[in-house]
Design a protein around this ligand. Structure first.
Ligand code: SF4
Ligand code: FE2
Length: 632
């Protein structure tokens, strides 16, 4: 075993041992090869923004160079690096969303892209002020709405349309702070401009711009990604699935869908049910075609089709090491460049499909939305044919999997609440009032969104699982997305039975509403569902988001996208607890700004806490203080 951090994960243990027997490397080997990681980079004080550099300044005041050649100090360098991470993350979420909207622009009654949630489309069309939104012909409206959404990325005037979903108090804060995001692309471009050599050096101004771009992600790109995916592929409903590498089936053709974009995954799921391909699989000795998900592409198809979850970010190599994967089909984001070489050590085809994520050494089959079904058919056929090349002596699938319930969109949560209040109370149906009432009554103390990735700086999944278990024990309902959701799934937390791990109040709510205490709300872009849910509670109670006993948590984050998410969650008024410390500690001033200073601007802060147990204690103090301030 290359890393002691693996000690508690038996699934990983078995496959890491197999990796060693098979002579293949994993991320833990490469992590070990890095030895001690660069201290300047870790502190965020290395700058290579211009060719006078790279410059590195001392993370310790009074020791070594305090300024880069242009005169930038630690604060400026750290702040520029941090907000460039936001720009990277916001661009990834938003560019993904743009692809979804383009697919909707191609939608037609004949398919393959169809309008599957027409009611939602009409609701959003009305929200955005389209005339006759309730009567227009379905596809005429779809195309008009898609064009409007595409304009959100580059419109020359105005701010993001979905901002008006936030409570008025929050919108007023954004206006006061000049933080209302304009066009999504503009905010990202502005960051790249502001952080160019010789532009912004003021850390408050840099963070302000970073937060504005992150809001353009959360309330712009990500929210568009979520809502338009729902229109196109259906709004998720609670559905049963299974999770962990044990869902890989030795007797089937196994296809792993990895990445983030549902456009490709949706048609691969359709193609995998094609009778000709099923016949081909059987003719080669397989019992069928088993499509499984990984990372957020997995979450997207789990939420809508119950597709089984093979694993989260850290398991992408382990899945191939089982020796039972005919193809890993990837779209964009969070895909290790190491995968093609690893796949070649087995019989696995590593198929990349997007120009945006062309990966050296791949089998490249470009996915085109305009020829989606043919494209997916070809990719799945390649996988099926590869079954003949499987080497049975190399197959070892850990026998671990857990039942999982996913699919808790805001609409589904409201639907569950409606079923409870329907017969008894005078509560309005179709609102979050029953949820906000149980929080205000103290039956549930508060709510937490636990999101984000895995990171080999910490034991994978341990932070997610510890934070979630400790919160539900303390009567805090938890919503999850991304790899955090999959971590919870793999230990059985996304089940009705998980109520047994809850405090008395939350257990009672789970029983009455018939939900797990941990609600899988989707992929990383679906953190926008969390914003929507929290906003509805705040609006319903007439308070701002920052007044509510609600926290955000990213125990094991690693990506730029996570920095953008953390930033828009904070800018939306929710204290956000990060289990991995961002690369900012080289500037005392910027660290203080994140941890405390920004509270004066947006009413929330970034909290750094590596220890998940201590983090939960801090979250509970936070939640109880909010309750006291509300007088509840
Ligand atoms: Fe050095 Fe300034 Fe150039 Fe950064 S921008 S590399 S600190 S000279
Ligand atoms: Fe993700």
């Amino acid at each position: 075993m290359s890393n002691e951090l693996l000690k508690s994960d038996v699934t990983a243990e078995a496959l890491i041992a197999k990796a060693q027997r098979d002579g293949v490397e994993t991320m833990w080997d490469r992590k070990a090869a890095q030895k001690t990681q660069c201290g300047f980079g870790e502190a965020g004080v290395c700058c290579r923004i211009c060719a006078m550099g790279p410059c590195r300044v001392s993370p310790v005041p009074g020791k070594g160079a305090e300024r880069g050649i242009c005169g930038a100090n630690a604060g400026t360098i750290v702040a520029r690096n941090f907000v460039r991470m936001i720009a990277g993350g916001a661009s990834a979420h938003s560019d993904h969303a743009r692809d979804i909207v383009h697919a909707m622009h191609l939608a037609s009654a004949e398919g393959p892209f169809k309008i599957r949630d027409e009611a939602k489309m009409r609701r959003i069309a009305a929200e955005w002020g389209i005339e006759a939104a309730d009567t227009k012909e379905t596809y005429a409206l779809a195309h008009e709405l898609a064009e409007m959404a595409l304009e959100e990325f580059g419109k020359p005037f105005g701010t993001q349309r979905f901002l008006t979903r936030a409570p008025q108090q929050r919108q007023d804060i954004w206006k006061r702070e000049r933080m209302e995001p304009r066009a999504i692309d503009q905010e990202i471009t502005t960051i790249m401009h502001s952080t160019h050599i010789g532009c912004a050096s003021d850390i408050d101004s840099l963070l302000n711009r970073g937060m504005r771009a992150s809001l353009g992600d959360g309330w712009g790109g990500s929210m568009i990604g979520t809502e338009f995916s729902d229109i196109l592929y259906g709004t998720p409903k609670a559905c049963a699935s299974e999770s962990n590498l044990g869902v890989i089936d030795a007797e089937m053709v196994n296809i792993v869908l990895h990445g983030h974009d549902p456009n490709l995954a949706e048609v691969v799921v359709v193609a995998s049910k094609n009778p000709e391909l099923l016949e081909l699989a059987k003719s080669l000795g397989a019992k069928g075609i088993n499509v499984v998900g990984m990372c957020c592409t997995g979450n997207e198809v789990t939420m809508r089709h119950g597709i089984k979850i093979a694993g989260n970010f850290y398991q992408q190599e382990l899945a191939i090491i089982t020796g039972a994967i005919e193809a890993v089909i990837v779209d964009v984001q969070c895909i290790f460049p190491a995968l093609p070489a690893l796949a070649k050590k087995y019989h696995t085809h590593f198929v990349s499909t997007s120009q945006k994520a062309k990966i050296a050494g791949d089998m490249y089959i470009e996915f085109s939305e305009s020829d989606a079904l043919n494209c997916a058919y070809g990719i799945v056929k390649t996988a099926v044919e590869n079954f003949a090349n499987r080497d049975a002596s190399k197959v070892e699938i850990p026998n671990f999997k857990e039942p999982t319930i996913a699919g808790y969109s805001v609409e589904t949560i409201i639907d569950h609440l409606d079923k409870v209040v329907n017969s008894q109370l005078e509560d309005k149906l179709g609102t979050v009032k029953p949820l906000s009432d149980v929080i205000y009554a103290g039956v549930i103390r508060g709510a937490a969104g636990v999101v984000g990735c895995n990171n080999p700086k910490t034991e994978h999944d341990l932070g997610h699982v510890t934070v979630i278990k400790e919160l539900i024990k303390r009567d805090v309902i938890v919503v999850v997305t991304g790899c955090a959701a999959q971590a919870a799934a793999k230990v059985g937390l996304l089940t009705l039975e998980a109520k047994e791990l809850c405090g008395r109040g939350l257990k009672e709510v789970c029983e009455r509403v018939n939900i797990p205490p941990v609600l899988h709300m989707g992929s990383c872009v679906d953190c926008s569902r969390i914003l929507d849910l929290v906003s509805r509670v705040a609006v319903e109670k007439g308070v701002d988001i920052c007044d509510l006993p609600v926290v955000g948590s990213a125990p094991e984050w690693m990506s730029e996208k996570a920095v953008s998410i953390a930033s828009y969650v904070v800018a939306s008024g929710i204290n956000t607890y990060l289990g991995i410390i961002p690369q900012v500690l080289g500037s005392v001033e910027f660290t203080e700004l994140l941890n405390e200073g920004v509270r004066a601007n947006v009413g929330a802060v970034y909290v750094f806490e590596k220890d998940p147990l201590v983090a939960v204690e801090k979250m509970m103090v936070d939640i109880e203080e909010k309750r006291t301030a509300l007088g509840i």
